[in-house]
Design a protein around this ligand. Structure first.
Ligand SMILES: [Zn+2]
Length: 149
């Protein structure tokens, strides 16, 4: 069966990245960047591995996508990320002028929405794609982590 290239299809790819992060003991957030139905960047959170608080999945995905395209703007691209972007990543997305952001789970404390971070005026936002799966993975991670301590 040929799978359609819809938001759910691509969010599954971002989710696979989150699972890789989970297996590494990283907070499981995954992101991909899509350009013309093609995945041009895949990334997951690496803040522990790189001991770098800026190593969020989105930040790395932006860098990889710009590198792939040979230009810093991602106007015709879509970011798929399993968790609502934080202020830093939303701020970075402004500079990329990304065309669309699709996220899975909401982040009520540190997400850009509640904190009122401004996106680029041309950036469309879609939320709640595979929300349950994305948030369950995060919950499982924090439960397991708590049990280890
Ligand atoms: Zn972030």
């Amino acid at each position: 069966m040929i799978q359609p290239f819809d938001d759910t299809y691509f969010m599954k790819k971002a989710y696979q990245e989150a699972e890789i992060a989970f297996d590494k003991g990283e907070v499981p957030v995954g992101a991909i960047v899509v350009f013309k139905d093609q995945i041009i960047a895949r990334a997951h959170n690496l803040t522990e591995t790189l001991t770098d608080v800026t190593a969020h999945a989105e930040m790395q995905a932006f860098t990889a996508a710009a590198d792939f395209l040979g230009g810093k703007y991602l106007k015709d691209c879509t970011l798929y990320v399993t968790l609502e972007p934080c202020q830093m990543c939303a701020g970075a997305s402004y500079w990329t002028q990304i065309g669309k952001i699709v996220y899975g789970a909401s982040e009520l404390e540190r997400g850009f929405k509640n904190l009122g971070t401004t996106l680029h005026p041309k950036t469309k936002v879609v939320s709640g794609i595979l929300e349950t799966e994305c948030s369950q993975l995060l919950k499982r991670f924090f439960i397991e982590k708590r049990n280890l301590n």
